[in-house]
Write a protein of this length. Structure first.
Length: 154
């Protein structure tokens, strides 16, 4: 970790964990996000949502992903930012109004790049859970992480 808390490839190891602060999602925010980006009745209309597959208003998975990203960036300060290079995303349970979300991230794999000595690739399993510890999202991306300046030389 450098002096301002940024993490480089050399600071990361498999099994290392990061836990975020929390974020509460309100019904108004759910409806506003979905109205702009995922305008389906179970996200935008509490009455219509009652008769849906979900039985009530739920956040868009993309909204949950956005909140999770916000939490992740603040709890895992990768030097240069969190830059994705693909991954798998799933939503095992819906996020509902009043959910208080947190992110728990675990480093799965760390490897230096063969073609770019100043970079490495890190696989991270990122779980988003609500206040009842219900798993609402799993994201397992590969991210690009810079090596500490000078570390890839030689």
């Amino acid at each position: 970790m450098d002096d301002d808390g940024r993490l480089y490839l050399e600071d990361l190891r498999p099994g290392q964990r990061f836990t975020s602060a929390t974020y509460e999602l309100g019904a108004d925010e759910i409806v506003a996000f979905a109205s702009d980006y995922d305008p389906q009745p179970f996200h935008t209309d509490p009455d219509a949502a009652t008769d849906s597959f979900f039985g009530g208003l739920v956040a868009s998975g993309w909204h949950t992903a956005g909140v999770a990203m916000r939490l992740l960036v603040r709890s895992m300060p990768i030097a240069g930012g969190i830059i994705g290079a693909g991954g798998e995303l799933s939503w095992p349970a819906p996020t509902r109004p009043g959910s208080v979300l947190r992110v728990e991230a675990e480093i799965v794999e760390v490897r230096p790049s063969r073609s770019r000595p100043e970079l490495g690739m890190v696989v991270v399993r990122i779980e988003t859970r609500d206040q009842d510890d219900v798993l609402v999202q799993v994201f397992t991306p590969t991210i690009v992480v810079p090596r500490r300046p000078g570390a890839g030389e030689g």
